[in-house]
Design a protein around this ligand. Sequence first.
Ligand SMILES: [Zn+2]
Length: 374
Amino acid sequence: MRAADAVSLTRSLLSFDTINPPGREADCARQAGALLEEMGFSVAYDEYQPGRTSVVARAGGSEGKAPLCLTGHLDTVALGARAWSKDPFAGETDGDRLYGRGSSDMKAGVAAIILAARSFAARLAGTPGITIVLTAAEEGGCLGSQRLAATQLLGKAGALVVGEPTANYPYVGHKGSIKFHASFKGVSAHGSMPELGVNAIYKAARAVSALESFQFGAKAHPVMGAPTMNVGTMAGGSGVNMVPDTATIGVDIRTVPGMDHGALLERLRALLGADAQMEVFSNLPPVWTSPQAEWVERVYEICRAHLGTNPEPRTATYMTDAANLLKAYAGAPTVVLGPGQPELAHQTDEWCSVERIRQAVAIYEAIIKDWCRL
Ligand SMILES: [Zn+2]
């Protein structure tokens, strides 16, 4: 792995195909881990599944204050149906643009984290230190970090920086998410004699109508706004001349701080009725740190110097691994801050600004310096 500068390290990370599914983060994770080890970090690996490796690297550490954690994910989304005009794995540059699948989301962020860490690796002994967490299987449910949070590997952290794409703007959190399928059963019959069957699609349709008018009864968050619900999929039936005996809907809910996911799921279960089979496949809490928190004010100050604007409280539209990592790092103030362009995540011909990557290295360095009093 070449780590001469921000561009060559991002390019090295882009050369690994870590498209999820299937993921295959192992080679990328092992090489990033080896690089961190060379810098003096002690490195541990966790396999979310065979070949799907996350990295936890540590340097420094002191009694009085927990380390600063910087985190990023190694997997990317698929290339999509549209043809790319650049090689998605070559890291081609064109002016300030560095192209590749995962450039913005978020291998440039991972590169910036590693390079900023390298600047101080030799000087962290006796300081609070830093922990770098590089996760597998973030896309599509944050499953790698969910597993990590259930191990002892994460240790403690006093603050958390998530290097997801924000064009280096410091976001103070994001909504939570609940995703579930609900299945309905019916009784099959010939389409000419529907009175002999029970139509599962009618049951699903009634449920969708009820969900459309569902009231969360939760106050809108001053920065994140109101919780939302979207019925994203509906499937059922096997032929137009049959009474369908199965139907399934897929639902995506985004929650805001103060909402109780358990209580919300109970209400939804009651609303859908005993007939519905509910399968919750993702359940992640919101992430929120007050912009008035002392550390956030210091991060704002650092960003102000680099961005030339006064950050105002904003939150990300997407989910991050912080929702899981904060299970281990409960109470740690958290910012989402990384060099990628948020609007280019998951796009064809994804690119990241080279200048932003360099700026992210400088911002991370300043945050590490401030945390470890270097
Ligand atoms: Zn991402």
